[in-house]
Design a protein around this ligand. Structure first.
Ligand SMILES: O=C(O)CCC(=O)C(=O)O
Ligand SMILES: [Fe+2]
Length: 330
């Protein structure tokens, strides 16, 4: 069966878009985005030598927004630029070349478009590519582009640099919960923690007021580390309103995901977010930090007592993901 990609739909959509991309009035970004109010997700300077201050900024951002941007994170600009360049080059390949690494039934990894329609039968204005990048035992190069030839090296260099950021985020969030050692990271899978790379490709859209890229959701990961391109489009939900997230050159966007919310027993909040589209091509590179699927995740025992009973079930990440993807209550 031939699959229609949004990139193809966009290339023939001049003024209008197909009905299945038109959101209901409760979702249309033209109606539901807050304008003229200056409220921003926090930006945190990762090089701040005052560790206590850094931790408290992160705690506050994780409680109030579930999202923040980090600057001075230590990943060289060149590594980020290379990651972006090879991803862009892949999406510019002729369609038949991209289809060589299309998803196969049952796989998360590969090139694709969300085929399963959402509840109201709507589709997002976005194509994507998923592949695991860490640990080496979880990597399947079958789903990595062979073209451009430097794709693999650019991704591996980025991941090498990413470890330091992952470690510092886990340690700071751990401290913010009053825990010792590296408990949060261990509880997330420790050495077995998987890094799932995604590239989102949002083609230009003639009706950005009516369509959405990725519809509103929380990430099911522990947290997500995202590189955007220079075209804005990410929005965060807070106090019943949608706010644009500014593009800050060289910043990384951090999303608190469901598993950190669960492990922290609700102290940290998974951010509800979505993406809008516009007349330019937007791309983003989120890396989802995920426990392995057989790993059991629940509220950390050290945070539970008579006054603070567990607010979430304890279950394997695989079970959690199955329920989430099939819209079954957890
Ligand atoms: O493109 C973005 O900025 C966010 C994408 C996103 O939320 C996702 O892929 O889960
Ligand atoms: Fe997301």
């Amino acid at each position: 069966m031939e699959v229609i990609r949004v990139q193809d739909v966009a290339s023939v959509s001049k003024d209008e878009i197909p009905l299945e991309f038109i959101r209901s009035e409760t979702e249309q970004p033209g109606i539901t985005t807050v304008r003229g109010v200056h409220l921003e997700v926090p930006t945190i300077d990762f090089s701040n030598p005052n560790e206590e201050e850094l931790v408290s900024q992160m705690v506050e951002a994780s409680q109030n927004w579930g999202m923040f941007q980090i600057v001075n994170h230590g990943i060289p600009h060149e590594d980020i630029a290379n990651l972006q360049a090879v991803g862009q080059a892949f999406f510019q390949l002729p369609q038949h070349e991209k289809e060589l690494i299309a998803k196969i039934p049952g796989s998360v990894e590969g090139y694709g478009t969300t085929l399963q329609k959402e509840l109201q039968g709507k589709k997002g204005w976005v194509d994507h590519l998923f592949h695991k990048v860490w640990p080496p035992s979880a990597v399947n190069y079958r789903f990595w582009p062979k073209n451009p030839p430097s794709y693999r090296e650019a991704n591996e260099e980025y991941v090498k640099k990413l470890h330091g950021v992952v470690e510092k985020l886990f340690k700071s969030l751990n401290k913010g919960l009053g825990l010792h050692g590296n408990e949060l990271w261990e509880a997330a899978g420790g050495e077995r923690l998987e890094y799932l790379m995604k590239i989102n490709y949002y083609p230009p859209c003639p009706r950005p007021d009516l369509a959405l890229g990725v519809p509103a959701h929380t990430d099911m990961s522990t947290f997500t580390i995202l590189v955007p391109n220079h075209v804005p489009g990410l929005q965060a939900f807070r106090d019943d309103h949608w706010y644009d997230v500014d593009y800050i050159p060289n910043a990384l966007v951090i999303h608190i995901g469901d598993q950190i919310e669960i492990m922290s027993n609700g102290k940290y909040k998974a951010v509800f977010h979505r993406t809008t589209v516009c007349d330019k091509t937007r791309m983003s590179w989120p890396v989802f930090l995920e426990p392995p699927s057989d790993h059991v995740v629940g509220p950390l025992p050290g945070l539970i007592n008579d006054q603070n009973p567990p607010k979430f079930k304890t279950k394997t990440y695989g079970d959690y993901a199955y329920c989430k993807l099939n819209k079954i209550p957890q």
